[in-house]
Design a protein around this ligand. Structure first.
Ligand SMILES: Cc1ncc(COP(=O)(O)O)c(C=O)c1O
Length: 433
């Protein structure tokens, strides 16, 4: 007798929900308590020149920790990766009339970082193995107006950077790495986020190390770091103080309040110490899952580039509906009934979202999409990036199964559930109708 899937009335594979991920422990609680008891300034920033322009001691220490660990000259903290990305684009001097090539298969903040600088995002397709931009797809989108490539190290992995770096050099393009999901990942011996001109990490609640909200930008370029600091903390207000002493540092930047608090920095300093351990736990589980998934011809496990380290913010899986004979939707529903929730599709390709379809972010103007500075007609139509669209619509799934305290026993049960669904595909096909 067939082991009946739970969706058809059988017993679910899991008898209780999977335990949630939590990276916060005694160390973070201790750090917060110490800071609060000390009575010290919880921001540490002041929006004018002088000592407090760069924040308080916890913020400075955290930045220093990032500089040391990732081997970069400058780390600049932010209140999110979204704001760090905006500052990164501004740091490069990108603005109206410029194009930046980026991925459509990402969290939408990657692309709005370009729009907030009044430049225009141009979307290139992803590689179906890494889910990141490919050099071939980028090459097709380069024009005279292209100033930079905003690469996304998605799910904790990177693209194949060698041909991308070559292409960038040939066309004199800067590279920003949106490494929000990939702190600690590595491409051929270099940390993700330190391969291009500027890298950005996120500390939001979903990430491997987190403090609810927060972000960090890293670079080896002194001027980019300085411009980012001006963006972070009311740059326009500090200029009078700074220019008098150092006329060479003259930059015209309208700043923001993108500052990380001392409270967040105190927690993050503890989280950062745990990065390698937390990443390694995920890698161990992911390697185990990859090995076990290989027996299912209708699934494709995550792949890792040679001599590189994926850190599995999420574990990506491809599902081939044609090989199993049921839709991704039915498959995901059947797995959910077994106790394993899979996320379908990840992200609608960004250019299909309404602001791009309408080319409008201001009520009375189509700037920057349609403007004096920018006459070229950028395409945001269905079919532009077929791989990203296929992933979204048909093939792509993610699981959080490789996040501790989930363990190998949970993965074994996941495999058992997959086997059950695979063996019952015929029944599920009937259920679909
Ligand atoms: C790829 C990517 N870029 C940018 C962001 C924005 O990060 P934050 O929430 O820290 O602003 C995220 C957040 O999930 C992300 O996953």
């Amino acid at each position: 007798m067939l082991n009946k899937p739970a969706i058809l009335g059988g017993k679910p594979t899991l008898d209780k929900p999977l335990p949630p991920y939590n990276s916060i422990g005694r160390e973070e609680i201790g750090a917060i308590n110490r800071l609060l008891k000390s009575g010290k300034d919880l921001s540490g920033f002041l929006g004018r020149g002088g000592e407090k322009f760069l924040g308080g001691p916890y913020v400075k220490k955290l930045e220093n920790d990032f500089e040391k660990k990732f081997g970069v000259n400058y780390a600049v903290s932010f209140n999110s990766a979204t704001t760090a990305l905006q500052a990164a684009v501004a740091a490069l001097g990108i603005g109206p009339g410029d194009q930046v090539i980026t991925s459509p298969f990402t969290m939408p903040a990657t692309a709005t970082a370009i729009l907030f600088n009044n430049a225009v995002p141009v979307f290139a397709d992803i590689d179906p193995k890494t889910y990141c931009l490919s050099a071939e797809s980028i090459a097709k989108k380069i024009t005279k107006k292209t100033k930079a490539i905003l690469i996304v190290n998605i799910f904790g992995g990177t693209p194949d950077y060698v041909p991308i770096l070559k292409l960038a050099k040939k066309h004199n393009l800067k590279i920003i790495e949106d490494s929000a999901q990939a702190p600690g990942a590595n491409y051929r011996g270099k940390f993700a986020g330190t391969i291009g001109d500027i890298g950005v990490y996120s500390f939001n609640v979903h990430k491997v190390i987190q403090v609810g909200e927060g972000g960090m930008m890293v670079t080896n370029n002194k001027r980019y770091a300085y411009r980012a600091q001006l963006m972070r903390n009311h740059g326009e207000a500090v200029m009078d103080d700074v220019w008098e002493k150092e006329p060479k540092t003259r930059e015209l930047i309208a700043g923001n309040n993108f500052r990380l608090t001392e409270l967040q920095a105190a927690v993050m300093a503890e989280q950062f110490k745990k990065l390698d351990k937390l990443n390694n736990q995920r890698i161990m589980l992911a390697d185990y899952l990859t090995k076990k998934l290989k027996k299912f011809s209708w699934l494709e496990p995550a792949s890792v580039l040679p001599n590189s380290k994926h850190v599995y913010y999420l574990y990506p899986i491809k599902f081939f509906s044609g090989k199993l004979g049921i839709s991704r939707k039915t498959f995901a529903k059947a797995m959910e009934a077994e106790g394993f929730k899979l996320a379908e599709g990840y992200q609608k390709p960004i250019y299909l979202m309404p602001i791009y379809q309408k080319k409008r972010i201001y009520e009375r103007s189509q700037f920057p999409f349609v403007s004096k500075e920018f006459s070229q007609n950028i395409s945001y139509k269905k079919g532009d990036c077929p791989v990203a669209e296929r992933m979204f619509e048909k093939e792509f799934l993610t699981t959080t199964l490789c996040q501790p305290p989930k363990n190998k026993a949970h993965i074994d049960l996941f495999i058992k559930a997959l086997q059950k669904i695979g063996d019952s595909a015929g029944l599920l096909k009937k259920y679909e109708k």
